[in-house]
Design a protein around this ligand. Sequence first.
Ligand SMILES: NC(=O)c1ccc[n+]([C@@H]2O[C@H](COP(=O)([O-])OP(=O)(O)OC[C@H]3O[C@@H](n4cnc5c(N)ncnc54)[C@H](O)[C@@H]3O)[C@@H](O)[C@H]2O)c1
Length: 364
Amino acid sequence: MAPQTFKIASIPADGVGKEVVAAGRRVLDVLAEQSGGRFAFEWEEFPWGCGYYEQTGKMMADDGLDTLKAFDAIYFGAVGWENVPDHISLWGLRLNITQNFDQWANVRPVKFLPGVQSPLRKADDTELDWVVVRENSEGEYAGLGGRNLSGRGPGNEVALQTALFTEKGCERIMRFAFDLARTRTVKKVSSVTKSNAQQYGMVLWDDVFKRVSLDYPDVATESVLVDAMSAKFILHPEDLSVVVASNLNADILSDLGSALAGSLGVAASANLNPERRFPSMFEPVHGSAPDIAGQGISNPIGAIASAALMLDHFGLHDEARRVEAAIEAATASGALTRDIGGSSDTAAVTEAIVHALQTALTPA
Ligand SMILES: NC(=O)c1ccc[n+]([C@@H]2O[C@H](COP(=O)([O-])OP(=O)(O)OC[C@H]3O[C@@H](n4cnc5c(N)ncnc54)[C@H](O)[C@@H]3O)[C@@H](O)[C@H]2O)c1
């Protein structure tokens, strides 16, 4: 039988993005080899990013979005380098893809790994496992607004950055969060806003949350203000299962979650177009880490765990669990990069994960 072939566009982009995408590809290729011809990955790598900008004045090819449409998924590294202002590099590549491909659900699991010391005291004796669901298409990152009045001279410019909340946008991300909660042991959704201060968009969010929750009587709910939620991440993380929040709030909270789990370097993420009209994109949460790029010491776990989310998206659920178990086996055995208290380099951690895959051929 011909193998089921998944076409993946890889965009390592900048800095450690290149190192961690190579690590994720290595792990996926080992899985494909082990599948005995059941499935295969067909990769095409694109050179887009700040280096490409240096040569062309663009972050990606003009027909880049059209080219990407032909793929089953996009595997992304991280974008950003000192030669390009951050808002240009981010909007020119990553947000260009997430916005145009309507990847409106951003799933960011917060996973605590064996052998990785958390700054959170509770992590020692409490089972902690939650997932941040980020509205990924509107909210504070809608890109609406403008800069004006600079003609009045220095010191007089004004800027508007408008957050967009649509009832449809709120409803679809909330239904996504409730559906996800139903698949988890703890069936609970925590909605996060700042609706006491932001009385239009976020009150609409609260109203939609109340309405949608009526369709899920089996799922517990709570509404928490973002400042209180950041305290709760630290003081009562055991209360969390699915946390749904707007683009900016979820961006910040998921970084807090991954820092609690030990490092930004272990955090995975999926940018999903749940209707599958466009390819979805899988990437570590972290950025291009210019402070450590090129040294071969970046943590590949966030990228490899993102590859596991991509496997789930392909319907390869057993393989996704095997990759997650291999990551846990590797960290438990002490294969840790510096950011999580070890001294292994990127290659050694990747090989420890590959070794765990090769020695445990069945799901944990
Ligand atoms: N999704 C993305 O592409 C994305 C996300 C965030 C930031 N950025 C961009 O990345 C650049 C750097 O931003 P930043 O410094 O704010 O965030 P960053 O995530 O790149 O780095 C923050 C800190 O985390 C560490 N870190 C990040 N990834 C790591 C890994 N895999 N292993 C070990 N340590 C890791 C870095 O060394 C640094 O100390 C900027 O240009 C920014 O715009 C891109």
